[in-house]
Design a protein around this ligand. Structure first.
Ligand SMILES: Nc1ncnc2c1ncn2[C@@H]1O[C@H](COP(=O)(O)OP(=O)(O)OP(=O)(O)O)[C@@H](O)[C@H]1O
Ligand SMILES: [Mg+2]
Length: 258
């Protein structure tokens, strides 16, 4: 019997146009559960827009998006995060600057675990116990990403790199299945890049979390990814073994053409 690999995320003819600008031009792509897939392409090739279409920030102009076997096209971002445990980061570090590192993580855990007003403002025994659990989990994750010493610091007082680490830890709070990272290494120093890389590898290996990573740092991505997909002008130009893809003359040409 042949066992088909499970698919974490499937795109079928996904297209997104902004008026006359076609950002994503009909993409078919299957992300295999448990893989680390790098997604590269010149500036403006549609990488972030593709993530937006997968995670509910934008509704595709055409095509379908499936998480596992579930058609999530048109779902809101919060529902996709809560029900499908499909999460994404943004190019800029998005953290709540006025909250402590720990509270940022607790909030990230609550947003997916406690839908609805009643739960947000509830103060019953169960809620209090759950918040305690979230605080414990936040402590473990801060330790894991090397931010234990910043647990009670305001996120706004942390460096840009530390905020990116915090954003990464936030995505681990709701026990994700699939994580889409948009330029996780941009603008941060090599030591923190290595720390994020180690965490991605560990979470992928230990918990089987699937990653799709958009990044311009191709050297880091080549070492980290099991597979590399290249987007150019909204379409897939190459897809396969990272070393072979990077050497592909079509890919080299697309980058030179910008
Ligand atoms: N909200 C929007 N309105 C109009 N055009 C947009 C919008 N968002 C993106 N675009 C356009 O869609 C195209 C793809 O943009 P996108 O941000 O997805 O590219 P990218 O591959 O992520 O680029 P980068 O590597 O610079 O982050 C670009 O031409 C961009 O100008
Ligand atoms: Mg982008």
């Amino acid at each position: 019997m042949v066992v088909e690999p499970r698919t974490a995320l499937s795109l079928r003819g996904v297209r997104k146009a902004f008026g006359p600008i076609v950002a994503v031009a009909g993409v078919d792509l299957d992300i295999v559960a448990g893989e680390i897939c790098g997604l590269i392409g010149p500036n403006g090739s549609g990488k972030s827009t593709l993530f937006d279409c997968c995670t509910g920030l934008l509704r595709p102009t055409a095509g379908r998006v499936l998480a596992g076997a579930t058609d999530i096209t048109g779902w809101e971002m919060a529902r996709i995060a809560r029900q499908e445990r499909l999460l994404r980061s943004f190019q800029k570090a998005v953290v709540f600057r006025a909250l402590t590192a720990e509270d940022n993580l607790v909030l990230a855990g609550q947003m997916t675990a406690f839908p609805g007003l009643a739960a947000t403002f509830g103060c019953g025994q169960n809620t209090r116990r759950r918040v305690r659990e979230l605080r414990d989990r936040a402590g473990v994750l801060l330790e894991r990403v090397g931010l234990a010493h910043m647990r009670h610091a305001k996120a706004g007082e942390m460096s840009f790199g530390q905020q990116k680490l915090l954003q990464f830890a936030s995505m681990l709070m709701p026990e994700p299945r699939t994580i889409l990272l948009d330029e996780p290494f941009a603008g941060i120093n090599p030591v923190l890049i290595e720390r994020i890389v180690e965490n991605i590898r560990a979470v992928n290996r230990e918990q089987g979390v699937t990653f799709v990573i958009v990044e311009h740092n191709i050297d880091v991505l080549r070492d980290l990814s099991h597979r590399l997909v290249v987007l150019s002008r909204g379409s897939i130009l190459a897809d396969g073994d990272p070393d072979a893809v990077i050497r592909d003359p079509l890919v080299v040409e697309a980058y030179l053409a910008g």
